[in-house]
Write a protein that binds this ligand. Structure first.
Ligand code: GPQ
Length: 833
């Protein structure tokens, strides 16, 4: 059909396209048009929800044009493309981002005001797209923003979950999970019912002899599920480049119903089949840093990977190039091991379908893939039972065995007679049952493996992947320190600060070259500038205080020091250390005379974050935080001096309000456990200081902003192993201040002590794996330093300004350029307008 339309005709059409709006009046006309036609409503009953829909549709129309042109340009120029495979994309809201990236937010603001709306209220109507758990998914979203903003020809590939991460409610202090049905009305996605892929599961493998006498494998039988593409436009900031995020949705391959069964009167089972197929993309697994080995999860992984690879290969084939050019045209990045089956799938396509020789195919595969590791925690490393893979993907298991065989042969040559080495590096773990080690497969099938912060990248080389460094040499392993997009995390989240910064940095250039923030440094000693800076922070705190009042009923004083820890709840992230510290602070205040108390600095401790539904200990931690809050917050003796808030349902849009309002944020993981952390970067970029351990990216943040601008405490990663050993085999004495905290909990101050006994026992009796007791004293001492420092507001604000000025390194733009240079070998596609 496409080819039958003559070129002059096509050109004429595109010239005559309706022009997008460029100002307030044009915007208003578009909104009215969408309300009255697309939404079929009258302007007389246009409420905030309709105004959101119409505004989104108006901006969407604009994006579509840039998006189409971008796709045309990329197809025409046919340069190397990057494919970012991620099971999670934690996008948050799209409208505000689209308005800012397109550069017409002011027009929209004025237009909405004319129609009687406040733009903030309209933005607030949007439901977060929450197709991710935490840092890993949000990193993928920041990467998409940078890829588009830097004009890289790039695609994201993921799953279109019907239910994203659950909504968290706090009922009587406990977390309750509620399904997040977010697709009611989503103007940001485009169903592509014409872009479908049939995905095969189960079945069996037989051998056949080809014309040339060679044997080939045929995978047949089993069942077919259809993948349908849904496309989401990803606008770059201040560039016409608008890339594509393609999310796959599953449905039964027979169309709506199996008519055979239907006509035979078996209506119910034909509907059931439909529903079974749809289950594949129904729900995001809500675990962070934990793998549970569920069959449906493996199905999700293969479904998504196979559909994406089919699409990538189809696009490559259109270029009519030879397979020897595949890796020059295609770079695929594996976001953690979740998409590792892509390695096997590409090998299968090249071998079984395209008929390439094993070695030729394998060379293409390894040149194509790069693998990013995001954790060293053993419980997060994916392993799948061999039997399950055999049953679900019989041909893939054969290929995995062959990959392993050839790999072990090369290892054997390099390390003759080292059986232990072979056992350690094997892709197959010889356990009961046997397991496929996905990280090993990912390493063997990629040309580069990277960690996400310097310490983390060093740790993977010396611990979990040590043997592979011996096998491949150190150059296969590299570091790309994480970054965040300054568009969302500064410009969008903190517009007033962004504007103030722009006024000193020569305009908005810093949003595309974050190193320009260094121009701020000269102003840290300027008293008038500091006042403006502090005034913005205060206003952001007032806004958060209002939100806190609205959702919890607790009044907090915006002049207090806001001390924030928001992230997934996990023992390694040590929210328990924080709440024990809060209790200690409370006891100290209670022990003071009224006079002494008057001299103390008021604090608000803010917590937020979800616990995986099956993570019992994390849920106990949430319960303790809420129990402590409900006692302290109504203690009149304490009043404003200490408030403890748990904000329910922490997500991206709430982070955009919370980060700008923090004075101090907590990044206090046991050293060596947090691969990078990225909220640490968000908080500093928004003019807050950090209390943290020498872990993940905290170390590089310290190097950049200077030791005097961060509050570091605690044991170092290199000492963790010895300490754990001492807990288990030597004597383990608990910090005396921490014992007082335990005593208070056990006396029933915060409700039934039994509820919290496991948390205490983990420290006292079960080896204190996360070193809570070891770090407690230094943590409390460091909090005292924070108080002291905060009293000198001039100095505090200077520290904040200096820190922001030195944060240029942590842009995800820098990070994406490093991937492009060091791993993908791709170049931006310069846009000539
Ligand atoms: N991360 Cl393995 C997740 O958010 N989920 C996961 O399942 C794994 C890692 C995080 C990691 O904990 C953070 O330290 C990183 O900053 C983040 O990935 C992005 O690299």
């Amino acid at each position: 059909v496409e080819a039958s339309i003559p070129e002059p005709q096509r050109a004429a059409w595109s010239r005559n396209q309706i022009q997008s709006f460029t100002d307030k009046d044009g915007f208003e006309k578009e909104v009215v048009r969408h309300v009255e036609t697309t939404l079929a409503r009258s302007m007389f009953n246009c409420d905030e929800s309709a105004a959101y829909s119409a505004t989104s549709l108006a901006f969407r129309d604009r994006l579509i044009k840039d998006w189409n042109k971008t796709q045309q340009r990329q197809t025409y120029r046919d340069t190397k493309r990057v494919y970012y495979l991620s099971l999670e994309f934690l996008m948050g809201r799209a409208l505000d981002n689209a308005m800012l990236n397109v550069g017409l937010k002011d027009a929209a603001k004025g237009g909405l005001a004319d129609l009687g709306f406040r733009i903030e209220d309209i933005i607030g109507q949007e439901h977060d797209a929450a197709l991710g758990n935490g840092g890993l998914g949000r990193l993928a979203a920041c990467f998409l923003d940078s890829l588009a903003s830097l004009n890289y020809p790039a695609w994201g590939y993921g799953l279109r979950y019907r239910y994203g991460i659950f909504k968290q409610e706090i009922i009587d202090g406990y977390q309750v999970e509620v399904p997040d049905y977010w697709l009611d009305f989503n103007p940001w996605e485009f169903p592509r019912h014409d872009v479908t892929v049939d995905i095969q599961f189960f079945g069996h493998v037989s051998k056949t002899t080809k014309d040339d006498g060679k044997t080939a494998a045929i995978w047949e039988g089993g069942e077919i599920v259809q993948a349908v593409a849904y496309d989401v436009p990803i606008p770059g900031y201040d560039t016409p480049t608008t890339n594509n995020l393609r999310l796959w949705s599953s449905k039964a391959s027979g169309g709506e119903f199996d008519f055979q069964k239907f006509n035979n009167g078996d209506y119910e089972s034909s509907v059931a089949e439909q529903q079974r197929a749809e289950t594949i993309s129904a729900v995001l697994y809500p675990n962070d840093n934990l793998e549970r080995g569920k069959e449906l999860r493996l199905k999700q992984q293969y479904f998504w990977v196979a559909a994406s690879l089919y699409d990538i290969v189809r696009r490559f084939k259109k270029s009519k190039r030879g397979w020897n050019e595949f890796a020059d045209q295609v770079a695929i990045q594996l976001n953690d091991t979740h998409p590792t089956l892509a390695i096997v799938e590409l090998q299968r396509i090249l071998l079984d379908i395209e008929g390439l020789e094993w070695d030729v195919a394998w060379d293409i595969v390894t040149k194509t893939f790069g693998y990013t590791n995001h954790t060293v925690l053993p419980e997060a490393l994916e392993k799948w039972p061999v039997g399950l893979v055999q049953y679900l993907l019989p041909r893939h298991l054969q290929i995995i065995y062959d990959i392993n065989l050839y790999f072990l042969q090369t290892v054997e040559k390099a390390f003759p007679k080292d059986r232990d080495m072979l056992t350690r590096v094997s892709i197959i773990e010889e356990s009961q049952p046997k397991m496929v080690r996905m990280a090993h497969l990912a390493i063997v099938g990629s040309h580069k493996v990277n960690g996400v912060a310097e310490l983390h990248s060093d740790l993977i080389k010396t611990t979990i992947f040590k043997d592979f460094v011996e096998v491949y040499g150190p150059d296969k392993f590299t570091n790309v320190t994480n970054g965040i997009t300054p568009r969302r995390w500064l410009h969008q989240a903190n517009p007033r600060l962004s504007e103030l910064i722009a006024s000193k940095c020569g305009g908005n250039g810093f949003l595309k070259d974050l190193t320009q923030l260094n121009r701020l440094e000269a102003h840290a000693k300027d008293a008038a500038f500091r006042r403006e800076w502090a005034e913005i922070k205060y206003a952001n705190k007032v806004r958060l205080a209002k939100h806190i009042k609205n959702v919890t009923g607790v009044t907090v004083n915006p002049a207090a020091l806001f001390d924030v820890q928001v992230k997934r709840i996990h023992e390694y992230k040590r929210q328990q250390l924080n709440i024990f510290g809060v209790i200690h602070r409370y006891l100290t205040l209670k022990g003071m005379s009224v006079e002494e108390r008057k001299k103390q600095l008021p604090r608000v401790s803010v917590f937020g974050g979800k616990a995986a539904p099956g993570y019992w200990m994390a849920k106990q931690i949430i319960h303790l935080i809420n129990a402590v809050g409900s006692v302290i917050n109504k203690d009149e003796e304490i009043g404003d001096l200490l408030k403890v808030i748990f904000l329910e349902d922490y997500n991206v849009s709430k982070a955009e309000m919370i980060c700008p309002a923090s004075d101090l944020s907590e990044h206090i993981s046991t050293a060596g456990t947090e691969a990078s952390g990225t909220s640490n970067m968000k908080f500093v970029l928004n003019g807050g200081l950090i209390i943290g351990t020498c872990d993940g990216a905290n170390i590089e943040i310290t190097r950049e902003i200077g030791e005097s601008n961060i509050f570091l405490f605690g044991n170092l990663a290199e000492d963790v192993e010895d300490l754990r050993h001492a807990h288990n085999y030597g004597s383990h004495s608990i910090d005396s201040d921490l014992e007082k905290v335990f005593g208070t909990i056990e006396s029933g101050t915060f409700g039934t002590p039994h509820d919290f006994s496991a948390m205490i026992a983990a420290v006292r009796h079960h080896g204190d794996y996360y070193l809570v007791s070891d770090d407690f004293h230094s943590y409390m001492e460091t909090h005292r330093l924070v108080d002291e420092s905060y009293r000198n507001q001039d100095e505090w604000v200077s520290k904040c300004i200096t820190s922001v000025a030195r944060m240029g390194f942590f842009s995800s733009d820098r990070c994406i350029n490093e991937y492009a240079d060091g791993i993908w070998n791709v170049e931006p596609l310069v846009v000539q307008e």
